[in-house]
Design a protein around this ligand. Structure first.
Ligand code: TXA
Ligand code: MG
Length: 331
């Protein structure tokens, strides 16, 4: 393993180099609009195993299968159902992962032993250009060490996976900033497994039926779903999530620990003035876009704890709220 991964540029020559590396069985980190992914060809068992090794992720956790176009899913996943077709027509390419029955050609190594598969068609132009050149889909989790903050730019990938992978395909910062919305279509009623920038309302409007919010603790479930573990997406420092009216008490209770504060709404930010502070634009889209970069910056600072504003309890904020709940959960 190289000490520092080779950064491959996203021009034609670079894309050819990335394709060659993948065909040779390497894993390659690449940009998507949600977060950076760590890709390997679904047809190469050794390469898939390298993903789990590079991330330090248990091998029974399923990977998402990425394609440039839904027509590329033919032998890998069954997307024939009317609900799958409706979601694909409405949201692909884009930040939505759909759980469907796996196709006959897909190895259960990719699906964590399950008969279902998560499929996604990213919109990012570098991801599209890469996927279009490949003879098979890319299995790709987020390009971070297991349980840690997802990367939304090349530098984050380098922070996370230097010494663990050989190649990173260059791209811009991820615009969505949090992982894709995941909806399962395995039963009659669709289930939202992971909230993201595409909301439950948007899914319901397209599916014309209620979408169940997944609520039970998945650690005891037979369906393994790593984003469902209670602690996930975590910074190394202790993270507190608090509303404007809880901020003073949180600061007092941690008076001996230097805080780094991240907030957006005026009532919260006003109380945080005078401390080390990142103020994000006050809307859920911008907070999602900047969330992991802000948490990472705070984590790498000389502060001892991180305090972040509690998002509002509505669907627009559900993706950010979910990530913060997990990031602040006790191990
Ligand atoms: O935005 C994203 O989805 C990013 C980019 C790279 O595409 N990928 C991503 O992958 O977040 P990962 O592996 O970090 O998270 C995928 C989640 C995991 O929690 C996994 O357990 C769940 O999707 N998943 C995958 N296949 C599944 C299946 N068959 N049933 C239930 N959950 C599944
Ligand atoms: Mg992940």
């Amino acid at each position: 393993m190289k000490a520092v991964p080779t950064l491959i540029s996203s021009n034609n020559t670079g894309l050819d180099q990335a394709v060659k590396a993948l065909l040779d069985g390497e894993v390659v980190a690449f940009p998507t609009e949600t977060v950076y992914g760590l890709g390997a060809l679904v047809t190469l068992p050794q390469a898939i195993q390298s993903i789990f090794k590079a991330k330090g992720r248990p091998e029974n956790h399923p990977l998402i299968v990425h394609v440039a176009d839904h027509t590329d899913l033919q032998p890998w996943a069954d997307i024939e159902s009317p609900m799958a077709q409706a979601l694909i027509n409405a949201f692909w390419p884009g930040p939505l992962t759909i759980i469907v029955p796996k196709g006959p050609k897909l190895s259960t190594q990719v699906t964590g032993g399950q008969n279902s598969v998560g499929v996604r068609c990213p919109q990012n132009h570098v991801a599209q250009a890469l996927l279009k050149r490949l003879p098979a889909p890319l299995a790709a989790p987020s390009a971070n060490r297991f349980g840690k903050l997802s990367p939304t730019c090349v530098n984050h990938v380098m922070d996370e996976l230097t010494g663990h992978i050989n190649y990173v395909l260059e791209g811009e910062a991820s615009q969505v900033g949090i992982e894709s919305t995941i909806v399962s279509l395995l039963s009659d009623q669709p289930v939202l497994l992971r909230p993201g920038s595409i909301t439950k309302n948007q899914l319901e409007a397209v599916l014309k039926c209620p979408v169940i919010q997944h609520s039970t603790d998945q650690e005891n479930s037979s369906v393994r779903y790593s984003g469902g573990l209670s602690q996930h997406y975590s910074p190394n420092k202790k993270l507190y999530v608090c509303s404007p009216c809880e901020l003073d008490a949180t600061l007092q209770n941690n008076a001996s620990n230097k805080p780094y504060i991240i907030g957006w709404a005026a009532p919260f930010v006003e109380k945080a003035l005078g401390y080390q502070l990142i103020q994000l634009p006050d809307n859920p889209v911008s907070v999602a876009e900047n969330l992991y970069a802000a948490l990472r910056k705070a984590d790498q600072s000389d502060s001892e704890i991180i305090i972040i504003e509690k998002p509002l309890e509505n669907q627009q904020w559900a993706g950010v709220a979910d990530r913060l709940k997990r990031a602040s959960a006790k191990a």
